[in-house]
Structure formats: structure tokens, C-alpha cells
Design a binder for this molecule. Structure first.
Ligand code: SAH
Ligand code: SF4
Length: 349
């Protein structure tokens, strides 16, 4: 424990560790060590962001997906999934509602839907930017070609979220079918960075086959890639996937990893994710107490929310929903944070 605390201190001072030290930190996880890391992480976050929490309105634009990721309820093999696709007008109307609620970042997320061509998405992005020039558009639409990422960027998209899911190639192969590779995923992240997006990577905590060694590689990847954002949340099983019987990831371990990520990069945009809020009603608060500084409430039209079922029991009501922003504000205040209206960019060095 004393050694592990020393490693937390070293990470807080140097923002980097050899991969075997990350592994030692993950292996040494205990509630007491997590509390220590959280204290340091919150102090680090305060130095940069004070008590500010950024909110993003999440719009789930399509539940169609050509991919077959083994963990995800939207995978193409899931014949029982209900598929929908929002019309551009619906997306715009979600943004209008969100703008009035105080959102200045809209995240357009969806499965890898072949109908979301460059022309369709570029049109959506440019219309949102025209209607709300002071807003940020974030895309999370999976793997696309470099030319496509460039076209979307040219249309006005500012940020792109593409979780790497795991930085270990063998583990990646356990989570995905053969046509999806870690190499390609990392190439996409490199392209996005080079094109000038603010980039977000990330991973699930407790996905089948994950070990302290693979988590150490995830931490190391974040240290090397230095993304603006990193989205992590517990794995939650979905009943119609090959991982239906696998146990869910741990809220405590997720929070501990949030703290370590905060110590790797004080300026990181770090969401307390919906998956965390799904497994624990106080998940958002616990995320903030571990060093997170972003929440992404759901702005999707009510009638599609249940259909965007990445995993079972996905939270989409209460403070999870954008309409519950007042409740989210109260919850954040209860843990010493304050929701602000603004773009919420990462503070630069
Ligand atoms: N199709 C896009 C965006 C939608 S999926 C993409 O794959 O990037 C968004 C994220 O949901 C994924 O990156 C994955 O980390 C997460 N996710 C999917 N299934 C999940 C599950 N069963 N439990 C927890 N998170 C899951
Ligand atoms: Fe599709 Fe994304 Fe789900 Fe994979 S994780 S099946 S790409 S929606």
C-alpha cells in the first residue's frame, strides 16, 4: 500500500510511468488506495478547471450498425435490436432544444450506419453550425476513411470520439470480429488527430478478457497519445450478445481508473459516463469525486432512447436526460461541482 501510494505520488508529479508500474498500480487497487488517488485527482482537476463541470448533449442519431462488436447490443447479428435513424430535421430540433437548455456541445453518436454518408453527415454538421455558431459539434460515428474524417472536419465538426476499447491486440481480437483490428482503430485515431480534431479515445472497464496488464496498456496509450478526451465506463452485458452471461465491470475500479487518468493528464476531458450511471444511481457523482469533469446527458428524442440499446438497462431518464439538467446541477453541487454553460474545451498548456 505504501509503495502504491508512492506510485500515485510519482504519477501526480511526472504524469507518466513505465507500463509495469501502471500494472502494479492497477493490481494494487483497494478502496483505501482509490480514495487516496481520488483525493489527488480532484486536487489536480481543481487546479485547472476549478469547480466547473462541462455538459454535452448526446444525440443518438442511428441504431443501425454494420459492425459486429461482441459486447454491443447494436451489433449487426442482433436481430432483435430495433433500428431507427433520425432525420436531419430531428437532429437539428434536438440541438435547438439543447441550446435553450444551455448546451453548447452536441455529440452526434451512432452505429456505423452506411446510410450516414459523408454527404448526409456533412449536411447535418453544417446546418447545426449555421444555426448555432457558438456551439461545438462532436462526432462519434466509428471508423471511417481519412478522406471522410477530413470532409466532416471541413463541414465544421470539431471533435471526434472513438474509443480504442483496449490497447492490447489479443484482447481487441477477443472483443471484436476478425475484420476489426486495433491497428486500424489506432490509425483512425492518428488520422483524426492529424486532421485537427480534438480527439477522444477510451475503453470499457471489466470487458471480458481484460487484465491488469491490458489496463496498464490502456493507461500507457493515453499517456502516449495525449488525447483531449478519454471516455471510460464499466462494461455492462447485453442480453442478445455473446457476452450476455459475463459479469458487469466494477464501478469502484472505473472510478479508480478515472483518478489515474486525471493524474496522467490534469487537463483531460473526462466524462462520468452513462454506463457508470447505469450501474450506480450515484455514478455521475462518484465519477466527479474521482476526478471526472464532464457529463453527457441524453438529448435524443424520447421515442428512440430505448432503441439505442448498447447494453441492458441503459440509463436514459432522470438526471441522465437533458430535461433533467436541473437535477444534474443539484447533484453536481452536492459534490462541490458546478455545471457551466459553454463550449467546454480542454484547457491548453
Ligand atoms: N459506433 C460508435 C459509437 C457508438 S458505441 C463506436 O463504436 O465508436 C459507443 C461506445 O459504447 C463504444 O465505444 C463502447 O465502448 C461502448 N459500449 C458498447 N457496448 C457496451 C457495453 N456492453 N457496455 C459498456 N459500454 C459499451
Ligand atoms: Fe456498432 Fe459501435 Fe456497437 Fe461496435 S460498438 S457494434 S461499431 S455501435
Amino acid at each position: 500500500m505504501a509503495d502504491a501510494r508512492g506510485l500515485v505520488d510519482r504519477l501526480a508529479a511526472e504524469h507518466a510511468l513505465p507500463v509495469e508500474k501502471y500494472e502494479e498500480l492497477v493490481r494494487s487497487f483497494s478502496p483505501a488506495l482509490a480514495a487516496y488517488a481520488a483525493e489527488r485527482a480532484v486536487a489536480a482537476r481543481r487546479e485547472v478547471y476549478g469547480d466547473e463541470v462541462f455538459v454535452r448533449g448526446l444525440i443518438e442519431v442511428s441504431s443501425h450498425c454494420r459492425n459486429d462488436c461482441r459486447y454491443c447490443g447494436l451489433r449487426r447479428s442482433n436481430r432483435s435490436a430495433e433500428r431507427y435513424r433520425l432525420a436531419p430535421e430531428e437532429v437539428l430540433s434536438c440541438c435547438d432544444t439543447g441550446y435553450d437548455l444551455g448546451f453548447r456541445t452536441f455529440v452526434l453518436q451512432g452505429g456505423e450506419d452506411p446510410a450516414l454518408t459523408d454527404a448526409v453527415v456533412c449536411d447535418m454538421v453544417s446546418r447545426i453550425k449555421a444555426a448555432h455558431p457558438d456551439c461545438v459539434v462532436t462526432l462519434s460515428l466509428g471508423e471511417r476513411s481519412r478522406a471522410s474524417y477530413q470532409a466532416l472536419r471541413d463541414a465544421g465538426a470539431d471533435r471526434y470520439l472513438l474509443r480504442h476499447e483496449t490497447a492490447d491486440a489479443a484482447h481487441y481480437a477477443r472483443l471484436h470480429p476478425p475484420e476489426l483490428t486495433l491497428e486500424r482503430r489506432l490509425a483512425c485515431l492518428r488520422d483524426l488527430r492529424e486532421i485537427g480534431y480534438q480527439v477522444g479515445c477510451g475503453f470499457m472497464v471489466g470487458s471480458p478478457g481484460q487484465t491488469s496488464a491490458t489496463l496498464a496498456e490502456d493507461l500507457r496509450l493515453v499517456e502516449e497519445l495525449r488525447p483531449e478526451m478519454c471516455g471510460i465506463g464499466p462494461f455492462v452485458p447485453h442480453h442478445a450478445t455473446p457476452f450476455a452471461e459475463e459479469p458487469a465491470g466494477s464501478v469502484e475500479l472505473t472510478c479508480y481508473l478515472l483518478s489515474l487518468l486525471r493524474l496522467i493528464d490534469q487537463r483531460l476531458l473526462l466524462p462520468a459516463t452513462t454506463a457508470l450511471a447505469t450501474l450506480d444511481p450515484r455514478g455521475r457523482e462518484r465519477g466527479m469525486l474521482a476526478g471526472a469533469n464532464v457529463a453527457m446527458p441524453n438529448l435524443s428524442p424520447m421515442d428512440v432512447r430505448e432503441k439505442y440499446e448498447l447494453y441492458d438497462n441503459k440509463a436514459h431518464a432522470g438526471s441522465e436526460a437533458a430535461e433533467g439538467l436541473a437535477e444534474l446541477r443539484r447533484r453536481m453541487e452536492s459534490v462541490g461541482c458546478r455545471v457551466v454553460v459553454g463550449r467546454g474545451d480542454a484547457r491548453r498548456r
